[in-house]
Design a protein around this ligand. Sequence first.
Ligand SMILES: [Mg+2]
Ligand SMILES: [Zn+2]
Length: 194
Amino acid sequence: MRKIAIYLDRDGTIVQNREDYIKSIDEVEFLPNSLEAIGKLAELDAYIFMVSNQSLVGRQIVTQSEADAINEHIIEQIEANGGRIDNCYFCFHAPSEKCICRKPSPFLFLESLRDGYRFERAVVIGDQYTDIIAAHNLELPSMLVKTGLGKKTIQSQPTLAEYAIEDLLEAVDEITQWLNASKELAVVETKTAQ
Ligand SMILES: [Mg+2]
Ligand SMILES: [Zn+2]
């Protein structure tokens, strides 16, 4: 049992979004601070999951093995910078396939529970409306990074501004505060019980 599960979106949250999708390793561009941020998250009592819609496979823009190579490259870079991804959950379907896993469906997030991961709390972090809606569907807190499509998301859905943070590095601070706050709460409860 770990203290928290952190569900990270990929494009716009860890790496730069591309309107025409990331189709090769050469097109992978890490967002400023994101590798450092995941390195710091890896020091917490946390599971770190990557949850991503990658419809470019279903749309036949890249093959499954090309998509796998891109994801492997991203994970290698994260690990080379002191970070870690405990597991990945991807939807490779095109929207027209009407699958059950594409975000904002809770399906991919719940896969982590089916895989046996157990944690006290969880948070969803992403740059799009679908990430926030997925968190709502799961009754989980969420953070909207202003990287990637984050700023556009807030413009089109101003009520989402309350979830906004600058980037993944700010998420590290927020999560660390949460974990410290719950520790203090636990101390108070113990004292009260005595
Ligand atoms: Mg995204
Ligand atoms: Zn799917």
